[in-house]
Ligand binder design. Structure first.
Ligand code: NAD
Length: 505
């Protein structure tokens, strides 16, 4: 196997089964733990993206006609190869994203589960059949591939989010052009190599690294029939509108601001442990992270804040590649500055900064993009740290008097990706899960990220489109329904012309 993904200081593209170059522009890719630019990523120009689309278009007819069981076997082999290469892939994630290695392995494992689900595709593509819908007439619905599909993915899950998309898309018979985040581009190229090794024909999966120019080319090209996007809300909304206007099928998953509500009867110790991972895991750079706790009652809030302060004191912050660290750096210096500015704004707005992670020093990594855990108490709606997605290790506690008040706050927020309730009260949990206006809900589960055989998606401005990502929805997203009605009367049966609308009357 090529070692292009590891040793080459230039990260290019993967088109028609080969590593490829293309585009005059490039930008640095950083090792967030050292702050040093470790490689450069090429930013695909229009011609390069069009080459990838052409490769996908050329590979489509034969791949569409490949029996689903054979397509599924490629997915099974890919699962085995991903498992065998897990250490290499996780190391690449950590080197460009910064997250700690066990977290990178967790991300990969969730991605592998999507590949595993895609290997069930013969079962998932079974259609619907009705015999005798009329005299000697049978009818069935089948699910056909769309053609070339495209995926545009964010920096924070460089492996898992692409694996939400292309394995099911290609298992359904489509071909694919993937545009990963230019901040974390390398792991996808390695996985494209592994897919080829697993038996995926050249051109079925193509990877173009790049930025807006690449995305705009994908959106403008009539050969691209469907677009899956995951990223920030402003871009998601724009991609949804542009793609739909071009007649494409689009699902665009956006940003989030997830609340955890804590009832007075909750197991506070367990809730605090869960909140620590949900708020500070992956340095808060998760769309299902919990950046806000709504504590019901002051006694609950006091206990939660005290527990969090103690737990933050025990956290180890340092390079993601060092065993034993709990939290690595933020992804880039620009993002570090943005998150730090949010902390400044929270202080200026009057929230109480109980733990200040600014100014943390990691010996030997002074230029790394590290920010220590920050904890605010007395956060109020209207503050920017309440309203906006920070995407960093910043947790805020909001104090309310009742569960209804907590639910009203959650429902009023523009995002509706995930939420959870900590309680021992089954009635409260049932009321919460039934009524809350959020797409993914946990009870005593802080990160209710659905498993691969359910679908993932938020409500409100966290998702634009009708179908959620991966799981059963993805089979519908990447196929179009065709319904066939067929009549085979006995040879002697003859019917005259009938001018009334056919019915079963
Ligand atoms: P981003 O929106 O900056 O980038 C996402 C993708 O869009 C990248 O591939 C990027 O190259 C491309 N892009 C950026 N600007 C563009 C433009 N102007 N036109 C066209 N394409 C453009 O997001 P990010 O910073 O990489 O990722 C973090 C965001 O992703 C957060 O908002 C997070 O909540 C969200 N996210 C959401 C989910 C979810 O499932 N809802 C999952 C992961 C991340």
């Amino acid at each position: 196997m090529s070692s292009a993904t590891h040793s080459n200081p230039i990260v290019g593209h993967f088109i028609a089964g080969e590593h490829s170059r293309g585009g005059d522009r490039s930008q640095p890719v950083y090792d967030p733990a050292t702050g040093a630019a470790s490689r450069r990523v090429e930013l695909a120009d229009r011609a390069t993206v069009e080459r990838a689309i052409a490769a996908a278009q050329a590979a489509f007819p034969a791949w569409r006609d490949t029996p689903p069981l054979k397509r599924a076997r490629v997915m099974s082999r890919l699962k085995t190869l991903l498992e065998a290469n897990a250490d290499r892939i996780a190391a690449l994630i950590t080197a460009e994203h910064g997250k700690v290695l066990p977290d990178a392995h967790g991300e990969l494992q969730r991605g592998i589960e999507n590949v595993e689900y895609a290997s069930y595709v013969p079962e998932l593509l079974k259609g619907e059949h009705s015999k005798n819908v009329g005299p000697a007439i049978d009818s069935w619905s089948e699910f056909q591939a769309l053609g070339v599909a495209a995926g545009i993915t964010p920096f924070n899950f460089p492996v898992m989010v692409p694996l939400w998309m292309w394995p099911m898309a290609v298992a359904c018979g489509n071909t694919f052009v993937l545009k990963p985040s230019e901040r974390t581009p390398s792991s996808t190229l390695l996985i494209a190599e592994l897919a080829l090794e697993a038996g995926l024909p050249p051109g079925v999966l193509n990877v173009v690294n790049g930025d807006k120019e690449a995305v705009d080319t994908l959106l403008a090209d009539a050969r691209v029939k469907a677009v899956s996007f995951v990223g920030s809300t402003a871009i998601a909304e724009s991609i949804y509108r542009t793609g739909c206007a071009q007649g494409k099928r689009v699902q665009a998953l956006g940003g989030a601001k997830n609340f955890a509500a804590v009832m007075p009867d909750a197991d506070i110790e367990q809730a605090v442990s869960a909140l620590m991972g949900a708020a500070y895991g992956s340095c808060g750079e998760r769309c299902m992270a919990i950046p806000l706790v709504v504590a019901i009652g002051d006694r609950t809030a006091d206990a939660v804040v005290a527990g969090l302060v103690a737990a933050i004191g025990r956290m180890k912050v340092g390079p993601g590649s060092d065993a034993g660290n709990d939290m690595g750096p933020l992804v880039t210096r620009a993002h570090h500055e943005k998150v730090s500015a949010f902390v400044d704004a929270g202080v200026a707005a009057g929230a109480r900064l109980v733990v200040d992670g600014r100014g943390i020093r990691v010996p030997g990594h002074e230029d790394g993009f590290f920010l220590g855990s920050c904890l605010f108490d007395h956060v109020q709606p209207g503050m920017s740290i309440y309203q906006e997605e920070i995407f960093g290790p910043v947790l805020g506690v909001v104090r309310v008097a009742s569960l209804d008040e907590a639910m009203a706050l959650i429902d009023a927020h523009e995002y509706g990706n995930g939420t959870c309730l900590f309680t021992r009260d089954g009635g409260a949990a049932r009321h919460f899960t039934d009524r809350i206006q959020v797409g993914m809900v946990g009870v005593n589960v802080p990160l209710p990220v659905p498993v691969a055989y359910h679908s993932f998606g938020g409500w409100k401005r966290s998702l634009f489109g009708d179908l959620h990502a991966y799981g059963p929805d993805s089979v519908r997203f990447y196929t179009k329904r065709k319904t066939v009605t067929q009549r085979w009367p006995a040879a002697e049966v003859r019917e005259g012309a009938n001018f009334s609308f056919p019915s079963s009357r």
